[in-house]
Design a protein around this ligand. Structure first.
Ligand code: UD1
Length: 441
């Protein structure tokens, strides 16, 4: 990947694509129209890693979004020996993974460093090959992101793990062994890694204090489609009975609740009239509850949410991010952007990641009044924002700045769009479809 005069060139083996680094927004226009939700990035990444549990079989996934992180995962899987076929057209987006009888088990440092979610190959590779080397993905701008819980669980299942020069070397004699594992925190990634590891382990694994995000249910469905017995409903957590050999299977990636919420909040912030389709409204209950409390006008149908314009400004609200079904940390920057226009003082407490408020100083450049005190953002609502030059400090910060720019008077330029392409498919086209004046430069 190289940055050439403001554009980031990324070459994939499938296609040559240009990723633009700046979005120019002429704001102040209420959005209107209908937008469809993409497949969920955070569901697609772990279920793609399920192909590493196979041998000489095929995994087919529908509704896989076309994103930078998804391409990184495809490159990682290809580097391990999987043949990947991508079939995309206007109405569908299917990816087929042909897993060979023998996989490679060493992940390259370049790929591991590109994306934190590369750690998701750890559990399935170890379970299938008996060994794996994974360079540690390192920290990132939303806080330190260790994988100690992943490693602790794998050790409990019989893995021997050493970290040398920043590389995790894990191995197991024979098969991993099913165990009862209690997670100290309901980590999404640790739950997913351990579920995949348990799928080829000897006997039964029960993981307690697991993450309950909808992406975990999607992973359970994909594991079932390749032959694993997975129960996610019991009070005891997730129960998995390991199998000797996984077979071919096909499943669908769930809709992206964070992308859908971003468009919903863009509709609210611009006082627009938009319909967000192809989502599961119950997945965003926490966000809709806060929007209702803040006085936003919307209606919920089976697969869609419609936002209506309102003559009144939002009421201030208090938000605390929590593991699902609590308010998602991945929607807090966008919620902060919306609350920056409320009539009064709102607070957002971040309890999942440290340092997830880097976007606040950028929003303040646009006229917002946000003060950070440790884990809490104090947001004093202002009447309106003004366009400015701002930088996306991470993926969701970028989304927050874009929706702020849509509501602001004048021109906003969001730089470092590379972060946004990790998680939002064709965001420029989707916004133009809603009447926004946005341009990539
Ligand atoms: C996933 C999502 C990310 C989302 C996050 C929380 C993907 C690809 N990413 O990230 O978008 O923001 O869930 O909803 O699905 N932790 C440890 N030790 C560990 C693992 C985690 O201390 O071994 C801590 C982390 O530092 C963090 C918290 O637990 O403070 C939550 O992390 P986790 O739930 O694991 O998030 P990810 O799976 O990395």
């Amino acid at each position: 990947m190289s940055i050439i005069s403001g554009k980031t060139e990324i070459s994939h083996r499938r296609e040559e694509s240009t990723i633009y680094n700046t979005m120019k927004i002429n704001g102040g226009i209420p959005l209107s129209g209908t937008v469809k939700t993409q497949g969920a990035k955070n569901a697609a990444l772990p279920v793609m890693a399920v192909c590493l549990l196979l041998r000489g079989e095929t995994l087919t996934l529908d509704n896989v979004p076309d994103l930078y992180d998804i391409n990184t995962m495809i490159e990682t899987l290809e580097s391990l020996g999987v043949t990947v076929e991508v079939k995309r057209d206007e109405n569908s987006s299917q990816v087929i993974f042909h897993t060979p009888e023998e996989l490679k088990w060493e992940v390259s440092e370049t790929l591991a460093r590109k994306m934190r979610a590369s750690s998701l190959v750890l559990g399935p590779l170890l379970a299938n090959c008996g060994k794996v080397s994974l360079p540690l993905p390192g920290g990132c701008s939303i806080g330190s992101r260790p994988i100690d819980l992943h490693l602790k669980g794998l050790k409990q299942m019989g893995a021997e793990i050493e970290i040398q020069n920043g590389v995790v070397h894990a191995s197991v004699k024979g098969k991993l062994r099913g165990r009862r594992i209690y997670l100290d925190f309901p980590s999404v990634g640790a739950t997913e890694n351990l579920m995949m590891a348990a799928s080829l382990a000897q006997g039964e694994t029960i993981i307690e204090n697991v993450a309950r995000e909808p992406e975990i249910d999607n992973l359970a469905a994909v594991l079932r489609c390749v032959g694993v017995t997975v129960e996610t409903e019991g009070a005891g957590g997730v129960r998995i009975i390991g199998i000797d050999k996984a077979h071919s299977g096909r499943e669908r990636v769930i809709p992206d609740r964070i992308e859908a919420s971003t468009y919903i909040l863009a509709g609210v912030m611009t006082n627009g009239h938009i319909k967000v389709e192809d989502l599961v409204p119950s997945h965003i209950d926490a966000i809709l509850a806060k929007l209702e409390e803040a006085g936003a006008k919307f209606s919920v149908k089976k697969n869609s949410v419609e936002i209506f314009p309102s003559k009144k400004r939002l009421h201030p609200v208090s938000v605390k991010t929590l593991p699902y079904p609590g308010f998602p940390t991945d929607s807090q920057p966008q919620m902060a952007a919306a609350l920056s226009l409320a009539r009064g003082v709102s607070t957002i407490e971040e309890s999942v990641f440290q340092a997830r408020f880097l976007y606040a100083q950028e929003l303040n450049r646009m006229g917002a009044d946000i003060q950070i005190s440790r884990d809490v953002a104090i947001i004093r609502g202002v009447e309106g924002l003004q366009g400015a030059g701002v930088k996306a400090t991470d993926l969701r910060a970028g989304a927050a700045l874009i929706i702020a720019g849509l509501s602001a008077k004048g021109e906003t330029r969001v730089d470092d769009m590379i972060h946004v392409w990790r998680g939002y498919e064709a965001i420029d086209k989707k916004l133009r479809g809603l009447g926004a004046r946005v341009e990539l430069i």
